[in-house]
Ligand binder design. Structure first.
Ligand code: AMP
Ligand code: MN
Ligand code: MN
Ligand code: MN
Length: 291
């Protein structure tokens, strides 16, 4: 039997994706996705539109969010699945993060200016459909559009990655805040793309232990573009710590993302998928659990 096609991490124009929530849902359905989570950065403003499109097309949608966190000086991302976007604690927390983003974007622009790239804030804003949510991806797209660099990855390599001229230190949410807001909103917390952090094996295990102690339950075992051997390495950690497993594309757009929506590989079959918390199987088809 074909594995259940759940894609539990994706972006729309409400953060730094290229497709509107409606376009994203249409693409997911066309690609055979059965359960989708929209998880915009620090923002839930696209969930109502996505839910409407999903119900029109008969696809299951989980309300989600991807929260930016500073943990021991490094940035990590925590996805919340099945959240109530109207929860006041979550709303207030995310709003504070978005205010911080605006201030960070201005500092980034000042640093880029010193490095000879002028007007980057205004340029990035032109790529951001949501003015409250300017991400480094918008800066990268602007810089590509000026012709200075060939593609977004190259801009990150030369200007936007940690230690590069356009990178500024920034304090995001704490791990306790992010997991706390997600749980307050009735959601399940998931460590996003664990293989992508600049943490060695021991530090990643410490992150996992702290995350579990705070009430975190799952980890992306399959994320957007795993390196060779990464799925097995992360699966081993999920087994050792008893975490539920998530499957994700981290899709941002057709021309920018290595994995298309719904196109990531299947989870190792022995792991317990995180969607068992939300979807029940009846005679080979799934339906969303009602709360
Ligand atoms: P921010 O949350 O504003 O720091 O931006 C993070 C976003 O930048 C990620 O979600 C990706 O969309 C994008 N990003 C980060 N690193 C890279 C990279 N090396 N290549 C392309 N996009 C990246
Ligand atoms: Mn992004
Ligand atoms: Mn991320
Ligand atoms: Mn993401």
């Amino acid at each position: 039997m074909k594995p259940f096609n759940a894609d539990l991490h994706s972006h729309s124009t409400v953060s730094d994706g290229w497709l509107t929530p409606t376009e994203l849902v249409h693409r997911a359905v066309a690609n055979g996705v059965e359960l989708l989570a929209l998880t915009d950065h620090d923002e839930t403003g696209g969930l109502a539109e996505a839910a409407e499109a999903a119900s029109r097309l008969g696809m299951m949608l989980l309300p989600g969010v991807e929260i930016s966190v500073t943990w021991r000086g490094d940035t990590v991302h925590i996805v919340g699945l099945g959240i109530d976007p109207a929860n006041p604690r979550l709303l207030t927390g995310l709003e504070a993060l978005r205010l911080g983003r605006d201030e960070r974007a201005r500092r980034m622009s000042a640093e880029l200016d010193r490095a000879g790239i002028h007007g980057a804030f205004e340029g990035a804003r032109r790529f951001a459909r949501n003015p409250a949510l300017v991400s480094r991806a918008h800066f990268a797209r602007h810089i590509v559009s000026t012709g200075l660099m060939a593609d977004v990855q190259t801009v990150f390599r030369y200007y936007l990655a940690k230690g590069k001229p356009g990178y500024v230190e920034h304090e995001w949410a704490s791990l306790a805040d992010a997991v706390g807001w997600i749980r307050a909103a009735g959601g399940v917390a998931v460590i996003a793309h664990p293989g992508r952090y600049r943490l060695d094996g021991g530090e990643l295990e410490t992150l996992i232990e702290e995350f579990i102690a705070l009430g975190g339950e799952a980890m992306e075992v399959v994320s957007g573009c795993p390196l060779d051997g990464e799925v097995e390495r992360i699966a081993t950690l999920a087994r050792r710590h008893g975490l539920l497993a998530s499957r994700a594309s981290d899709f941002h757009g057709p021309d920018e993302s290595p994995a298309d929506i719904g196109g990531s590989e299947a989870l190792p079959p022995d792991l317990e998928p995180v969607w068992t918390r939300f979807a029940v199987e009846q005679r080979g088809t799934y339906s969303l659990k009602t709360r």
